[in-house]
Design a binder for this molecule. Structure first.
Ligand code: AMP
Ligand code: MG
Length: 419
C-alpha cells in the first residue's frame, strides 16, 4: 500500500513570504493621500465628519460669572465668623438677572446658572442657611468666591477648542453650540464602493437554492463603513466570472475613492480578483501572517484604492478593523489615536501554533473581585460570525505565541475603542 505523507500543515504558518501585520500596515500607509476637499455644513450634519480647520472660540464660556448652586449671593467682604446674617434684597434666576445693587450687609436669593450681580462674588448654598422673613443667617464657614463659576473658566476667547483632523463627537456638537457656532467646515466624506463576490451568494429577500448561502459580508462591511462616516455605494453581489468582475471593478473605481470587495482572493479555481487587478491596476497581493484573514489584496485601480478582503465572514471583519479602518481614517484626514490595548488575565487556556498573529474573539468582563478578565468566545473558525457578534474585544496573540494556560496575561483590544 502506498504510504500517505501528510502535508506539513504548520509549514504555511512559518511561510517566509508571509508579511507581518506591521509590514502590511506600513505598505498600505505609503499609498495613502488624505482627502483635500472640504465643505461647509450645518452643525448637526458635522456629526461623524472630520474638521478641516481648527475651531477658535469667538467667545468665552461661561459668558458671565454665574452661580453653581441654588442659594444666596453676596460680597466676600461681608464674611465674618459664623453665624452671621444678611438682609435679602432681591432674587436672580437663570436667564433673569438681578439688576439692582447689593450693598454691604445684603444678599440676594440666587438660582443655579443665574448671573452673579457685579456687587457679589460668593454664593452660599441654601442648605447651609437659616431663612427669616427678610434676612438669612449663615451657620457654616464661608470661603470667599465659593460656588461661583467664573466667566471663561471653561473656554476663553481665541482658545483652540477643537483641532483640524478631529472627528466630531456628540460632545463636540454641544461644545460648538455653546459657542454659538452653527456651521462647520469639514472634509468631504470619503466615497467607498463595495461588493461581494461569489456564485454561492444570495441577497436577503431571495430564497436559497441548494449550495447557496446568504451574503453577510456586505452587511458587516456596510455597518463598519457607516460607523466611519463615509458615503457608501453598495454594488451587491458579483458572480465569480471575469467579465462581471472587470465591469464591477471599473465602475466602482470610477465612482469611489476606495473600493472594497470580499471573497475570491484565495487560490481556488474561481478566485479571479487578483487576476482582474493585475489587468486593471496595480496590485499587491499578500499573504499576511495573521489568523483569521491571511489573503489580502491591496492596490490601486485608476484613482481608487482597492482592498480585496478574504471571503470568510470573520476574516472580513478582522482585516477591515486592522487594515481598512485605519487607512480610511487617514484618507479622511481623521487624526484618530490608535485603538487602545489593555492587558488582562485570560480565564481559559488558549490553543495556538507559533507563526501567525492571531486575533481571537473575546469577552471582557469584571469578575466578582472587580478585576477585569477576558475569555475567548469559544470556537474561533474564520467562518463563525457569532464569535464576532458575541465578542466585545479582540485577544491579540503574537506570532511567536504557541498557546497559553488559563490565568496568563493577554493583550486585549476592546471593540469600544475600535469602532
Ligand atoms: P472565498 O474567499 O471566496 O473562497 O470565500 C471563503 C469562504 O467565505 C467561503 O466559504 C465563502 O462561501 C464564504 N463567503 C465568501 N463571501 C461571503 C459573503 N459575502 N457572505 C458570507 N460568506 C461568504
Ligand atoms: Mg468565493
Amino acid at each position: 500500500m502506498a504510504e500517505f505523507t501528510p502535508q506539513a500543515s504548520c509549514a504555511d504558518d512559518a511561510d517566509p513570504n508571509n508579511l507581518s501585520v506591521e509590514q502590511a500596515t506600513q505598505a498600505i500607509n505609503t499609498l495613502l493621500r488624505p482627502i483635500d476637499s472640504w465643505q461647509k455644513v450645518a452643525l448637526r450634519q458635522s456629526l461623524g465628519q472630520v474638521l478641516q480647520q481648527d475651531i477658535v472660540s469667538p467667545q468665552q464660556v461661561p459668558p458671565y460669572d454665574n452661580s453653581a448652586m441654588d442659594g444666596y449671593a453676596f460680597k466676600s467682604t461681608d464674611i465674618t465668623a459664623s453665624p452671621f446674617s444678611l438682609k435679602q434684597v432681591g432674587i436672580a434666576f437663570a436667564g433673569k438677572p438681578y439688576t439692582g445693587h447689593v450693598k454691604a450687609g445684603e444678599c440676594i436669593r440666587i438660582m443655579t446658572g443665574a448671573k452673579i450681580p457685579n456687587d457679589c462674588d460668593t454664593v452660599v448654598m441654601q442648605e447651609q442657611v437659616e431663612v427669616q422673613a427678610e434676612s438669612i443667617t449663615i451657620h457654616k464657614a464661608v470661603v470667599s468666591g465659593q460656588n461661583v463659576r467664573m466667566a471663561g473658566e471653561d473656554i476663553r476667547i481665541n482658545d483652540i477648542v477643537l483641532r483640524a483632523g478631529r472627528r466630531i463627537q456628540p460632545a463636540d456638537l454641544g461644545l460648538l453650540a455653546s459657542l454659538g457656532i452653527g456651521e462647520v467646515v469639514v472634509k468631504r466624506p470619503l466615497r467607498v464602493a463595495f461588493f461581494s463576490t461569489g456564485d454561492e451568494l444570495v441577497s436577503i429577500g431571495d430564497t436559497l437554492a441548494d449550495g447557496q448561502i446568504y451574503d453577510s459580508n456586505r452587511y458587516t462591511i456596510y455597518g463598519m463603513l457607516t460607523s466611519l462616516g463615509v458615503d457608501v455605494l453598495d454594488m451587491g453581489v458579483i458572480a465569480d466570472d471575469k467579465q462581471s468582475l472587470r465591469e464591477a471593478l471599473q465602475t466602482a473605481a470610477q465612482e469611489a475613492d476606495v473600493v472594497i470587495t470580499s471573497g475570491g482572493v484565495s487560490v481556488g479555481d474561481a478566485d479571479y480578483v487578483k487576476a482582474m487587478l493585475d489587468e486593471l491596476g496595480q496590485v499587491n497581493f499578500w499573504k499576511i501572517a495573521m489568523r483569521p484573514g491571511r489573503p489580502l489584496a491591496f492596490g490601486q485601480i485608476e484613482n481608487a484604492l482597492f482592498f480585496g478582503l478574504p471571503g470568510n465572514p470573520v476574516s472580513v471583519m478582522v482585516t477591515f478593523y486592522q487594515f481598512v479602518q485605519p487607512a480610511l481614517q487617514r484618507l479622511a484626514g481623521d487624526h484618530a489615536a490608535a485603538p487602545i490595548q489593555i492587558q488582562v488575565p485570560c480565564t481559559n487556556d488558549i490553543k495556538k501554533r507559533a507563526g501567525r498573529f492571531e486575533f481571537q474573539r473575546g469577552v471582557l468582563t469584571k469578575d466578582e473581585n472587580g478585576q477585569m478578565t477576558v475569555s475567548t468566545t469559544g470556537q474561533q473558525g474564520s467562518g463563525i460570525l457569532r464569535s464576532m457578534s458575541s465578542a466585545n474585544c479582540f485577544i491579540l496573540l503574537e506570532e511567536s505565541c504557541d498557546g497559553l494556560s488559563a490565568g496568563s496575561l493577554v493583550n486585549v483590544q476592546p471593540f469600544a475603542g475600535l469602532v
